[in-house]
Write a protein that binds this ligand. Structure first.
Ligand code: ZN
Length: 205
């Protein structure tokens, strides 16, 4: 589980801004080689198209959808936390290239700008479609909101199940990893921090 194993030339850690270059032909060849090396008979009916399907799946999982992060003037001077809870997301763990999935809770304390609420879901998607670690995904979402809105504070909590943990290794099925990134008043003001954490607390037992 070391980041050093990931080198820039293998494409891992590429920016989630659509700049990722995926070589479909090379990927399909490599997928076929991997399957063959794993003992699969690529001439059999069910497997013949599998290298192509594998690459299609990875392409979809690793390609973020661009969107316009429209922000608006905070004309009403709204100065309480804005929170969107339980945004479903999935991503690929960069250490095992297996999915991790769960929900994101995002909150910010507006200053002069506010953002359409659906954009907060889109920003999760923007960074989730990458080879990721949950900690980095959490921070990237918070940093993006900070950069776009310059709010008084921002908080992001991610709860996810990692298939590399539930299906292999320790095989802890259903274990949830929780990460958070708190910035500005959400981090520094005890009342706001408390409010954010209370509002994003898990509702299920
Ligand atoms: Zn993993």
């Amino acid at each position: 589980m070391t980041l050093e194993q990931v080198s820039p030339e293998n494409g891992a850690g590429a920016l989630s801004d659509g700049s990722r270059q995926i070589n479909r032909v090379a990927a399909q060849r490599a997928a076929a080689d991997l399957l063959a090396a794993l003992g699969a008979d690529l001439e059999s009916d069910g497997l013949r198209e599998t290298p192509r399907r594998m690459v299609d799946a990875y392409l979809e999982l690793l390609t973020p959808q661009p969107f316009r992060p429209t922000t608006f003037a905070n004309e009403e001077g709204y100065d309480e936390l804005v929170i969107v809870k339980s945004i479903p997301f999935h991503s690929l763990c960069m250490h095992h290239v297996l999915p991790f999935h769960g929900v994101a809770h995002i909150g910010y304390l507006p200053d002069e700008r506010i953002v359409g609420l659906s954009k907060l879901a889109r920003v999760v998607e923007l960074f989730a479609r990458d080879l990721q670690v949950q900690e980095r995904l959490t921070t990237q979402i918070a940093d993006w909101i900070q950069a776009q809105l310059a709010p008084k504070g921002v908080g992001v909590v991610l709860e996810a199940e990692h298939l590399c943990m539930s299906l292999r290794g320790v095989q802890k099925f259903g274990a949830t990893t929780v990460t958070s990134a708190l910035q500005g008043q959400v981090r520094d003001d005890p009342r706001t921090r408390q409010e954010f954490l209370a509002l994003t607390k898990r509702s299920e037992p």
